[in-house]
Design a protein around this ligand. Structure first.
Ligand code: MRU
Length: 346
């Protein structure tokens, strides 16, 4: 891939600034955990797996900068670093998964020196990033088996290299099918209000030479009803035990339209996106973002001042609309409650 989403370099964290794409390809350098937390909240980095990687790296930065004479003091301050990370965005469970993973590593090193614990945390954060790349490749490998030759694949939001450590989940499936020579085309929903589809998915795919058509969100039904879409592939922010899936706002509408038109609707996500502690999607916390994302585009008002606005960033697609969930361990269909447990080895 010709860009890096996030990396640990020279004891700092480098991220491509996704708020500036597609017009400017700028890489920001972060040297303290609060700035990383702000980058997550402000969508410099976004997408569930990428948020997890950023949180892990932010915690490693935070641990490095803790001034402590005792283990007790270090662990108390580390808890605070983790709390700051946990408050950034509520829906993508990968954030909490990464925080728990970092805490476990620190706890496991309690008998070591503080210098050693800091080093353990740094290595773990880098590992989270590297593992994600391998996971996405495996999701791609499984998912490509579901994509027929010459398919036109509709995707929503950005579940690409930018939303992961690289390669992507939904776009990983698309990339793998493309690499297998399947001559596929992509329809990318623009994804209002933040325009992840127009600004990020289209940017990634055009850069890579994968034939891509950008449509506004309200056009999906039109193309589906005319037989122009072969299947839909989207990512996920949190998947409950019964398969209900939270993903970018508008995903539910795409899934309902797909069912109405007998089009397969696939969710591609790593196992770190599963939240088997939640029985169903109704329990998934949904982030509400600033109203300006709806009333303004690039700082220009597109609605009258004073109008009431709602801005839920995610919706939940009931499992009955999902034809299959593609993970790095394989594909789950049918009874998600038992299938998801089985695929995690639980
Ligand atoms: O608000 P965002 O841009 O973080 O939302 C991203 C999505 O909804 C993605 O589809 C999801 O995180 C999957 S990313 C592989």
């Amino acid at each position: 891939m010709s860009f890096r989403t996030i990396e640990w370099r020279d004891d700092s964290v480098i991220m491509i600034d996704q708020t500036r794409l597609p017009n400017e390809e700028i890489y920001n350098t972060y040297t303290d955990f609060k700035a990383v937390a702000e980058a997550i909240r402000g969508m410099v980095i976004r997408g569930a797996p990428a948020i997890g990687v950023a949180a892990a790296m932010g915690i490693a930065l935070g641990a490095r900068d803790i001034i402590a004479d005792t283990h007790e003091s270090f662990f108390r301050q580390l808890e605070n670093v983790c709390d700051v990370m946990a408050r950034t965005r509520p829906t993508a469970v990968n954030l909490f998964w990464a925080i728990e993973r970092m805490k476990r590593v620190a706890e496991g090193g309690r008998d070591k020196t503080l210098v050693q614990i800091r080093e353990l945390l740094k290595c773990e954060a880098i590992r989270v990033e590297q593992e994600d790349l391998t996971i996405c490749r495996n999701i791609g490998k499984w998912g490509a088996t579901l994509i027929p030759d010459s398919a036109i694949v509709l995707t929503h939001c950005n579940a690409g290299g930018l939303a992961t450590a690289g390669y992507g989940t939904a776009l990983g499936v698309i990339r793998a099918a493309h690499e297998a020579g399947k001559k596929i085309q992509v329809f990318a929903d623009e994804t209002r209000p933040w325009l992840q589809g127009a600004r990020l998915t289209a940017w990634e795919l055009v850069k890579e030479g994968i034939p891509t058509t950008l449509i506004s969100d309200n056009m999906a039904g039109f193309f589906m009803s005319r037989g122009e879409i072969t299947c839909c592939v989207v990512g996920a922010d949190r998947i409950a035990a019964n398969g209900d899936t939270a993903n970018k706002i508008g995903t539910y509408s795409v899934a309902v339209l797909a069912k109405e038109n007998n089009i397969p609707f696939y969710v591609a996500a790593p196992l770190s996106t599963l939240d088997l502690s939640l029985s169903d999607g109704g329990k998934i916390p949904i982030e509400e973002r600033p109203t300006e994302e709806v009333t303004h585009i690039k700082g220009i008002a597109i609605a009258p001042a004073g109008v009431r606005v709602r801005n839920p960033a995610f919706d939940v697609t009931p499992a009955r609309y999902i034809s299959a969930i593609i993970t790095e361990n394989g594909i789950v269909t049918g009874d998600y409650r038992s299938g998801l447990r089985r695929i995690t080895g639980a």
